[in-house]
Design a protein around this ligand. Sequence first.
Ligand code: 5GP
Length: 204
Amino acid sequence: MVLNNKLIIIISSPSGVGKTTITKKLLKKIKESYLSVSCTTRNPRNNETNKVDYFFISKRKFLKFKKEKKFLETAKVHNNYYGTLKSELKKNNKKNKVILLDIDWQGARNIRKKIKKNCYSFFLLPPSILILKKRLLKRHYDNKSLAISRLASARKDLKYWDEYDYIYINDKLNKCVNEISNKINDLITENNKRSNIKKIVKKL
Ligand code: 5GP
């Protein structure tokens, strides 16, 4: 897949680490960035908007899109289907330089195989398993068994940290956001430098 000089930034973490909040803050901080909106077959949560947070679609439509090869990758997470649309990565081709992907380790692994250039992956960790447990219990305060099952899958997801390029611990939210955005800005600078050099070398 050719994406001009766009940077692909993958952000993964186990459930409850604060990835969605961090991603939203990064979108505000990083100029010329946008979020790749995924498709999902799960139901929207109270605070979520269709086409902004996800394209909420039926399983039938998801499988149709998959058959039509509209996805770059798909995964089953917590018994629901999720998929990154190829069209999301291609949109805003001229305007935007950085695409953020909030996807799990399976999606990260698949995209890394397909996009070799200008693709960087970030993994977020909780400060401790105890803090993660507290966060999940707070989030699902009315459904303790869901919190416990999310904690069990979070423990499994944690094992994939070593497949990622950069690892950050979300202890203090703003500090973590600043560290990640600094790193992304460094990658943007490096990417711009390389594309300028490419132009110069072409003329030699
Ligand atoms: P949630 O249902 O809590 O929004 O997301 C559950 C998990 O699915 C999160 O780890 C999220 O990053 C991941 N996810 C969201 N969209 C995609 C996608 O398009 N592909 C993959 N592989 N994972 C996704």
